[in-house]
Design a protein. Structure first.
Length: 292
């Protein structure tokens, strides 16, 4: 039995798609056969025909067959786009960026391998008496090293969110400290203005005010020093947090690239290339036949 080099689950998915494609191909061929049969039944009712009549019949047949084949080719293209859309949607859920190599779609060796696989699978399926089980929808790759990478990405994303929250908290505290510093400076300026306005008052009042100003200055300087120390600590903590955030973001980017690279090396990726190669060759073959 020919194998495609993928695991059992993905090979079953390939078989399911190939059966679908075989069914659509059979329906298309039946439609083309019916076009010729309709011509025989409706037009070939006389024993002799003129050249113009034959040309007219062939032109009509060509128009009908061309329309049917074109419709089927367009539908096949749209079907392949929907299949790619399923794979890409599932890959995007895991932050993967898939790439395709269109040049492999014309690889004769790979096409022959797929043809051999279809032939052996079709022969084997004809011998089976039971119906095929219902296949589940394609699921994202989630085994082995990929699962570990996915968990690493999720963990890094969680750490990233925590660091962002912490950074916002520190910025809020720093802003509050600056506001408090501004309020204290304003209070000091107000007291100094009051001191200047009351220079002509009694010595006792001046002494009391000077004492109050001295006390307030002392308190302000202490508060200012505490605020400066706290601000310096917050700034250092802010720088450290930003560095941690950049480090986590770099680890997240590296993990995503590694996960993307690993997925490109999986059998599902190569399998999609082989399927697209086969469909492209079939389309080219049909075009050559139509051209002839």
């Amino acid at each position: 039995q020919a194998e495609l080099g993928v695991n059992e689950h993905h090979q079953n998915e390939v078989v399911s798609y190939m059966r679908f494609a075989r069914f659509k191909r059979g329906m298309c061929l039946k439609t083309v056969d019916s076009c010729f049969q309709d011509l025989k039944d409706s037009r070939l009712v006389e024993e002799t025909f003129t050249v113009d009549e034959v040309i007219d019949m062939l032109d009509g047949l060509q128009s009908v067959v061309h329309s049917e084949v074109e419709s089927e080719l367009i539908n096949t293209t749209y079907t392949n786009v929907l299949l790619l859309r399923q794979l890409f949607s599932q890959a995007e859920k895991w932050y993967l960026k898939l790439q395709t190599d269109v040049s492999d779609l014309e690889n004769r060796e790979l096409l022959d391998q797929v043809a051999e696989f279809e032939k052996s699978e079709y022969t084997s399926s004809n011998k089976k008496s039971t119906a095929d089980p219902i296949k589940p929808k394609l699921a994202p790759l989630n085994e082995g090293g990929s699962e570990l990478l996915n968990k690493t990405v999720a963990h890094l994303q969680e750490e990233n969110e925590k660091l962002k929250t912490r950074l916002r908290t520190i910025e809020t505290q720093a802003t509050a400290a600056l506001d408090e510093k501004s309020k204290l400076e304003k209070s000091l300026r107000d007291l100094e203005m009051i001191q200047g306005d009351q220079k002509n008052n009694a010595n006792q009042d001046i002494t009391e005010l000077e004492n109050k100003v001295a006390a307030l200055k002392s308190q302000f300087e202490k508060t200012l020093n505490d605020t400066a120390t706290n601000q310096k600590f917050l700034e250092e903590d802010l720088v450290t947090t930003k560095h941690d955030l950049l480090k986590v973001q770099d680890q997240l980017s590296t993990a995503e690239k590694e996960l993307e690279k690993k997925f490109q090396q999986t059998a599902a990726y190569r399998n999609m290339k082989e399927i697209l190669t086969k469909k492209n060759e079939l389309i080219k073959d049909l075009r050559r036949r139509l051209s002839k």
